[in-house]
Every structure is written in structure tokens, then in C-alpha cells.
Design a binder for this molecule. Sequence first.
Ligand SMILES: *Cc1c(COP(=O)(O)O)cnc(C)c1O
Length: 382
Amino acid sequence: MEKMKFNTKLIHGGISEDKETGAVSIPVYRTSTFHQHKLGGEPKWEYGRTGNPTRNALEKLIADIEEGKFGFAFASGSAAIHAVFSLFSNGDHIIVGNDVYGGTFRLINKVLKRFGLEFTVVDTQDLRAVEAAIRDNTKAIYLESPTNPLLKISDISKISSIAQVHNLKAIVDNTFATPYNQNPLTLGADIVLHSATKYLGGHSDVVAGLVATSDDKIADELAFLQNSIGSVLGPDDSWLLMRGIKTLGIRMRVHQENTKIIFDYLKNNDKVGQIYYPGDPDGLEYEVAKKQMRGFGAIISFELKEGLDPKKFVENLKLIDLAESLGGIESLIEVPAVMTHSAIPRDIRLKNGIKDELIRFSVGVEDSEDLLDDLKQAFAKV
Ligand SMILES: *Cc1c(COP(=O)(O)O)cnc(C)c1O
């Protein structure tokens, strides 16, 4: 079938059956090496780091669902980000969005800078600031949209146009939106990447990273880097991730239905201050979100009113798990300043708008009545 719709593609995209046996679930090829029938031939499979049929099926699948031509699977989202940044060299300059995952911030500042990459942190919602940050040695613009944890939306088409004019690569971390809601490659980005640990895996049971691109040259270099650095995803995790991806569509539908219900509840709650949710029609993010996304995702961040203790609130939740991570079927809640974003110094965190009392809520697929009951009883205790 030439043009499958999205939910069909999740299930039948990539390599939808094992060529050898017809198995509809791609087998786990748990092997480190492959018999070569001829010395000096060009075998399709030679060594498990270079390529594995299970991983390959997953890589074809992410390429398909991100509307790209090539996919790559890594041992984690961080490994994927590291491989993508490894496309650049000592002395290259990269513009980075000012609200990125804490681990990305750490990778940039504590690791990549040691190898001579230069970074300028910019609010990528401000297109003029993005242009103003471009230097002679600038090679890429890297951003998240929506961002973690403030759910800021940047205009991916416009930023990709700026990148194209200046011969830069536009790189988008699409973890929060997922391909269900947004395909950065069709909006003009050169590379899209994921912490597949989150929505793509979807069940909080696998750590993985995925990258997709349609650019042949980038794909060749990424294949080289993936093999050279070696942080590949193993066949068991590749299988588990494919299993998760098949239900991305039905999960996201319920995730987003629940999120809308929780948003309406929080919006009318007098203990809640600022709420960050791209689907808030009164919010600053709404117009651009509506333009480039098919849905608003399932993360809400919110602040408790001044003087109310977020610790008391999150520790009193019974059903909703106090835990790092997001995108699982179970509802997960956390306090970024203490948990996911604690690697960012407090002054920088506050400058970027991440207050100590900010709470990030990854809404799961439980019955929304139960989630509301849990929130209500915890709010009653603060
Ligand atoms: C979790 C996360 C990462 C890092 O992925 P890991 O799989 O934990 O290494 C990168 N970007 C975003 C937006 C994330 O939420």
C-alpha cells in the first residue's frame, strides 16, 4: 500500500512481517554475528553493532511514522542526541533552545563543550533572537517543541526556513509531541529525534532513542556514527519498542482525552496558579500549536498558588506515581526543580521560568474519574 494512514502505518509500516517465516511479529534476532557465505562478499548482515534485523525493522518503522527515509535506533534518547551532535566537529557552533531536557543541557555543558563544540542558548520562540545568534561557524539549530517542562511551542516551519537560508541543520526533539501529533520533517526540519523511552515505548519498560531523517548524506554519516560510537539498541529492546509503537495511536487518543479533562479541572481550581498546556485556548502557545500539531499532547505543567507546598501535594497522591519520566500509560507526576531538571543551576532554571513550585504531570490512560479523585484528595491536603 502506497499511502497508509497513521494508525495503519504504526502496525503495518516498516517491515510488517518476517520475510523468512511470515511471522507477523518480527522475531528477536538475538545474535552478535552472522555467517558469511563468501569471503569478501558484501553480506547484508555482518555484525550486530553494525546492523541487526530486529533493530532494522524498528528503524524502518520510525522512518515511516516520522515521514522520513532513514531511521536509527540507539540505547537511549541521550545516546541518540549524542550521536546527532557527533555530526559536528571541534569549533562548530550550535544554537540550542533555552528550555530543553535537563539531560540534554548536561550533555551539552559537561560533555560536548569539552570536545570543542560551541553553543548559544536562545529562546527559539523569538525568531529574531535565533537569527541574531547565527555566526560564521554556526551549523545547526536544535530545539524541542513542545519543550520540557514548560510546554513552549516554537514555530518549526519558520525555524527550518531560517536554517535553510543559512545552510544550517534544523534538529527537533519530538519526544513530547510524538509523531501522532507532529512530524518535524514535513515541517522542514532535517533531523527528528526521540527519547523513545517515553510515548513511543509507552509502557515505562524500555529505555531507547530514535532518529529519523530524509537526507541521504546525514543518514550515511549517522550510520557511520552509530556503528563507530556503538550505542545501539539491542534486539530485545528493539522488539519491545516496536510492540509499544503499534498502540501509539490508541494510547495518545486516551492520553489526550484525559489531559483535556484534567486541564479543565486545574483551570477552575483556586489552588492552581499558572498552567502550561499548548491546548489552552487562552494560552500564548495555542495558535502555533494549532498550526503545526494535530493534537496538544498529554503533559500539563502547573504551579501551585504562592505559599502552597508542592511536596505536600505530590507526596499525598495515591494513584498518580511520583516519578521521573513521562509518556507511560500510568500517570506520572514530578517536580522538575528537584527531579528532572535539578542538573540545571537554580539561577538559570529560574531565569528560564522553571519555578521551585512547578509540577509536571504526564497524564496516563487510567479512567479520568480516578485521576480526578486522586488530584482532589491531594489538593485537599495542601
Ligand atoms: C527523557 C528525554 C530525553 C532523554 O532520553 P533518555 O531516553 O532518558 O536518554 C531527551 N529529550 C526529552 C524531551 C526527554 O523527555
